[in-house]
Design a protein around this ligand. Structure first.
Ligand code: GUN
Length: 290
């Protein structure tokens, strides 16, 4: 039997296309006299992985021509201090987007902070208003990771309509909006989570499989339906320092038609969509009916 090896979905290449387009649109807008888009990036505490992600976001802003304003706060920052900073940024007309890097320290009520961000500056797309817009099929600011996955699917030119999409992971910021995006695109959607018995039964039916749990090797290669599209959102640091996803990549690639690598798949797309969302927020500020 000849084995087919899945084609790689190249998140580095697709994210570059998105970022290049954002950069050139910003250049054109600045030439027309619009002000530079601005993104406030807030990080609380010293979680090493979060600092790495934030440094990628700041670098991407610099390249795209977005002014990033960094707020590096100590882990002892109180709920009230963070709320006050968000209020101040909500009222700052030079700032189009507010990003509060998660996770926040345990003493902070994350959902209260997210709900305090002005909905039109919520470039993460985490605010219940923006999630609600996606539920109601009138999306505005869309969660960056699921939105990035949709761009990756678009890039391979495979139809989504009528496909069975199975999502593993039902988090507020990834799994749930991912299901809504795929539903909006016409897929039949199944969402699996920690209480789903017999995960293999669902995974093996997936034409499109999207996994975002944070458990290395959770999805076995032999579970994959032949010809499936496999999107691995997992980003796990192994003891040897290597990054790996939630799917057994090499074994899955022997059955899938398309697969994302980790790293170099979904990760760069999250940053690219943040740039796109910041430009969108900037445009709607200047031209409310864009
Ligand atoms: N932590 C991990 N991913 C993300 C993200 O996309 N946005 C924010 N704000 N925090 C995160």
């Amino acid at each position: 039997m000849t084995r087919t090896i899945a084609r790689k979905i190249d998140g580095i290449a697709v994210s570059k296309q998105v970022k290049d387009k954002v950069k050139s649109e910003i250049e054109q807008r600045i030439a027309k006299g619009f002000r530079q888009p601005g993104l406030a990036v807030i990080i609380v505490g010293d979680d090493a992985a979060s600092h790495v992600y934030v440094s990628h976001k700041k670098k991407a802003c610099e390249v795209a021509g977005i002014r990033s304003m960094a707020y590096d706060l100590p882990a002892v920052t109180t709920q009230q201090e963070l709320m006050d900073l968000v209020s101040e940024l909500n009222n700052n007309s030079d700032i189009d987007g507010i990003l509060v890097q998660l996770p926040l320290p345990e003493h902070i009520e994350t959902e209260d902070i997210i709900e305090h961000i002005a909905t039109h500056k919520d470039v993460d797309g985490f605010h219940p208003y923006n999630i609600g817009r996606l539920v109601a099929r009138i999306p505005t600011l869309r969660s960056c990771t699921p939105y990035g996955v949709m761009k990756l699917l678009e890039s391979i030119g495979e139809p989504i309509k009528s496909k069975h999409a199975v999502i593993v992971g039902a988090s507020n910021h990834v799994g749930r909006p991912m299901g809504l995006e795929l539903l909006l695109a016409g897929a039949t959607v199944t969402t699996c989570h920690r209480f789903t018995p017999n995960l293999v039964e669902f995974v093996s039916q997936a034409d499109i499989l999207v996994v975002g749990v944070g458990k290395p090797g959770l999805i076995k290669g032999e579970w994959i339906k032949p010809g499936a599209i496999v999107i691995d959102i997992g980003m796990n640091r192994l003891a040897n320092g290597k990054l790996t996803g939630d799917v057994e990549h090499d074994a899955a690639a022997e059955r899938a038609a398309w697969i994302t690598p980790v790293p170099g798949g979904v990760g760069p797309m999250t940053v690219a969509m943040l740039m796109e969302n910041t430009l969108y927020a900037n445009k709607t500020y200047h031209e409310p009916d864009v």
